[in-house]
Design a protein around this ligand. Structure first.
Ligand code: ATP
Length: 305
């Protein structure tokens, strides 16, 4: 049997970061939004004892490990151990989500693998049970499973849906190079060491703009506490942000830990216009015009071989 699944990229409409906690993680208050830019993961049964094999193709595939460190392989081992199943599967990943780009690409692959194995192994687990497993693999995996638009607290795993009117149109500017999430958090700690960081919180004005579908107001409310750290580590991002603003975006922000930058557009036409203008700068690796509020990890099809 073969199961084909997909999972979305995410961005953070607002990302408020607290001080480093005793467990080494940072407390967050964030509004996640899933974007319609999806990785595909196909899992297929292999003969008993054959183990896990990973292959990766698509955008920037050479930057993704194809061994046991791949998050999809880790998800397989975790689920197999928990449910006492021999992990004999071929995992074929087709990347569309930028790698090390602040868009939770690895988490998306882990989430897609969990839903695919849930079907392949007939486990009938709920999305919440999958999210509990997924959280052991990474803070963003629960959101990759749920998708949509969600308020995330804790490390981002305590999720509640956010009411959002209409569809947001984003331009995703994929920059050259990657940023490792731990190094961006280290830089955040350094930059904020002498400051009194309050508890992380999401401003009401951003939630209100989402609720009413006031996209212009939302553009002015995009916020990311990790952006100064990402800009410090990759100063060229400042030019990308100003290119988007000059091109007429309603707002622009580094996505999560970066370096991908996302811009909010008025509507689909505006997003396409912005994407064309941004591509013309020649500074970017790729540009996508996408919609927000995408479905979380989903089984697309199953085939009995
Ligand atoms: P974060 O979720 O921390 O914001 P990110 O979106 O910035 O992460 P990812 O694309 O998840 O970054 O990649 C981070 C690192 O994880 C990569 O450099 C890569 O070595 C490793 N990795 C492991 N598995 C995968 C995978 N399936 N897809 C992408 N990267 C993976």
């Amino acid at each position: 049997m073969t199961v084909r699944a997909s999972a979305p990229a995410k961005t953070n409409v607002v990302l408020s970061v607290g001080r480093k906690r005793a467990d080494g993680y940072h407390g967050l208050a964030t509004i996640f939004q899933a974007l319609d830019l999806r990785d595909e993961v196909v899992v297929a049964q292999r003969p008993a004892g054959a183990g896990v094999q990973v292959s990766v193709s698509g955008a920037d595939a050479d930057a993704v490990p194809d061994d046991h460190t791949n998050l999809a392989a880790q998800a397989t081992h975790l689920m197999a151990e928990r449910y006492d199943i021999s992990p004999d599967v071929q995992i074929t990943i087709t990347k569309a989500i930028p790698v090390a780009g602040g868009m939770a690409g690895g988490s998306a692959d882990a989430a897609a693998t969990l839903v695919a194995l849930n079907a392949l192994w007939h486990l009938h687990l709920s999305r919440d049970a999958l999210a509990e497993l997924g959280f052991q693999l990474g803070s963003d995996v629960p959101f990759s499973l749920h998708g949509g638009t969600m308020l995330g607290l804790g490390r981002g795993e305590r999720l509640t849906p956010v009411l959002s009117t209409g569809v947001l149109h984003w331009v995703v500017a994929v920059c050259h190079g990657g940023l490792s999430t731990p190094s961006v958090y280290r830089e955040f700690d350094r930059l904020t060491a002498s400051r009194n960081c309050g508890d992380p919180s999401v401003p009401d004005a951003a939630l209100q703009a989402l609720r009413t579908g006031d996209v212009a107001a939302l553009g002015g409310r995009l916020a990311n506490d990790l952006q100064p750290a990402a800009l410090h580590l990759m100063p060229s991002l400042a030019q990308v942000l100003s290119d988007g603003s000059d091109a007429g975006a309603l707002g622009g922000i580094v996505s999560g830990s970066g370096p991908t930058v996302v811009f909010l557009a008025r509507d689909r036409e505006h997003a396409i216009d912005l994407a064309v203008l941004m591509s013309a700068s020649g500074r970017l690796r790729r540009v996508h015009a996408v919609t927000g509020g995408a479905l979380g990890a989903t089984v697309e099809s199953t085939d009995d071989d």
